[in-house]
Design a protein around this ligand. Structure first.
Ligand code: DGL
Length: 266
């Protein structure tokens, strides 16, 4: 048994789509969430900048005595997963391999799409992982970065959100894919709009497999908590923004909010 919290990070509210799966799957775990809204969006930053910020957050989470780090951000996974695994003494779980695994588990998959931030797509992280695991699979990758701001700006469920999804995903309407990997943790919050635009396409949220991997590790290492469920949330931006997202998307739980200043050069 290990009562220490699980650390979770993202550039913003997207990480809450992973935190909600953690809450559902591991309800007795305490979570420490860092939303780096002060440096949002990660998707248009250089790999080097995202790596530095992610390493600073990793160091902070380890200092908070986290027993594991979940990078609830595909952009940070693409830029910093090996660096975080090398720097931290705790296990670090990323999003990209779980996303690929979840997609490849779908029966009869011939055409897969992946949507992610500009940084993730430019890094080629999903394309490379898919090619390695399934060399003959047709992959269409796109970077609808504008959709990240729709979620971060609390506009999900609005006509503007639907219009943005229709516009940004028009290519998938013209050339449909069997499944679409939501390769940015902000995108699961737009799942209703995306399904409305692409009703025939199966949406893949990598969070489910990523959290399954986290659970597996905790079970194997006898490191589950039996009596937690508290949330501690930090933001480098505005607490009100993070609170609004957490109250909308997370299960009700004892929660505290804090301001964080990161010691990282950008
Ligand atoms: N939610 C993040 C991801 O999964 C990053 C979004 C951004 O800051 O551009 O990639």
């Amino acid at each position: 048994m290990d009562k220490r919290p699980i650390g979770v990070m993202d550039s913003g509210l997207g990480g809450l789509s992973v935190a909600r799966v953690l809450q559902r799957t591991l309800p007795h775990e305490d979570l420490i969430f860092v939303g780096d809204q002060g440096h949002f969006p990660y998707g248009v930053r250089s790999q080097e900048s995202v790596r530095r910020l992610s390493l600073a957050i990793g160091a902070f989470l380890e200092k908070q005595d986290a027993k594991m780090m979940v990078i609830a951000c595909n952009t940070a996974t693409a830029a910093a997963l090996p660096a975080l695994q090398a720097q931290l003494s705790i296990p670090v779980i990323g999003m990209i391999n779980p996303g690929v695994k979840a997609a490849l588990a779908l029966p009869g998959l011939k055409q897969v799409g992946v949507i992610a931030t500009t940084g993730t797509i430019k890094a080629g992280a999903y394309q490379a992982a898919l090619k390695q695991a399934a060399p003959t699979l047709a992959v269409t990758a796109a970077a609808p970065q504008a959709l990240v701001s729709i979620v971060e700006g609390h506009q999900t469920g609005t006509a503007a959100a639907q219009e943005a999804v229709d516009r940004e995903l028009a290519a998938f309407k013209e050339q449909p894919v069997d499944a679409l990997i939501l390769g940015c943790t902000h995108f699961p919050f737009l799942a209703p709009e995306i399904s409305h635009t692409l009703p025939q396409t199966t949406l893949v949220d990598p969070a489910v497999e990523a959290v399954a991997a986290a659970k597996d590790w905790l079970v194997t290492h006898e490191a589950l908590n039996d009596k937690g469920g508290r949330l501690t949330l930090y933001t480098t931006g505005h607490i009100a923004d993070l609170k609004q997202g957490a109250e909308q998307w997370l299960q009700e739980a004892p929660a505290t909010y804090h301001q964080l200043e990161l010691e990282a050069d950008e």
